[in-house]
Design a protein around this ligand. Sequence first.
Ligand code: NDP
Length: 328
Amino acid sequence: MFHALIVRKDEETGKTAAAVEEISEDQLPDGDVTVAVDYSTVNYKDGLCIGPGGGLVRHYPHVPGIDFAGTVESSDDDRYKPGDKVVLTGWRVGEVHWGGYAKKARVKADWLVPLPEGLDTRQAMAVGTAGLTAMLAVMALEDQGIKDGPILVTGAAGGVGSVATAILAKLGHDVAAVTGRPEQADYLKGLGASEIVARDELTEVTRKPLEAERWGGAVDAVAGAMLGRVLKQMQYGSSVAAIGLAGGAAIEGALITPFILRGVNLLGIDSVMQPYENRVRAWQRIASDLPMDKLEAMVQPATLADLPRLGADILKGQVKGRVVVDVN
Ligand code: NDP
């Protein structure tokens, strides 16, 4: 028997409740690799899956946790053997499939990535889906060509924003970090941000076709009114990597002008179904380009019992940096 965070749904009221329970290995879903999980983490989607589900969870009882890192315990697949260190993000694990908020997980070998040299399982979960997404966003900007001038990161004190800020600063870019939490300015400067932009400066919807060219690239976790404004402030030929919707699913006030008059590119970033080769490339870049002391500064440790509270906090935008959950 081992501990897991189980979400149960009351069929009459439709309400869900999450609590730590004991489960046995034979309750785990089908899969070809069983992993002894060391650590998991908390992403925005985890907040949804620990709570009311947000339409992501199909069946209850459910074990959330969209990310985990650990050691292979048994494997029916030639690519993995007992003792291998692995990391898993995405593939709708923790949503449709049972996830990482348990001492053991059983999954498809196709979903795993070998832990890259230079990262341990705790660091991998300090990175998690949020950090992988930040790296994918940086890679997409690089592939398209980053212009001179500051790179804007929105939702900067959140998980994706924190990692994006640290990576871009380490790569030598000036980073302008947008936050609605001015008390996090020192934290963001510690990660390498050279400028703090108040969220309010970018949330008013305007009908202007364009604004002064400011940003040589952008990683946007917010969308909503902010992405509409940011697009109008991009330098000629620069790109915005759109990763999230913390401020709303629409792009408010957006016009076609930045695209057709300034050749601005809007690059969509998905971490969930990302092909294996690109995941391996991104994890290797994380191991080489994310300063581990900066990563450590983002971490707040947690246990399975903390998850109901942390799940609610992340939905309110109140989690700073990255949570690392010790599931044992
Ligand atoms: P976090 O909650 O850690 O960070 C989001 C940040 O956005 C907050 O910390 C806050 O930053 C800012 N924010 C929150 N609400 C608002 C608002 N109403 N208006 C403006 N800014 C706001 O989440 P993550 O970093 O884990 O994820 C960010 C987004 O990316 C989410 O929408 C998530 O679903 C998405 N995502 C997408 C992935 C993909 O594959 N494309 C993968 C992972 C996440 P601050 O306090 O600094 O202002």
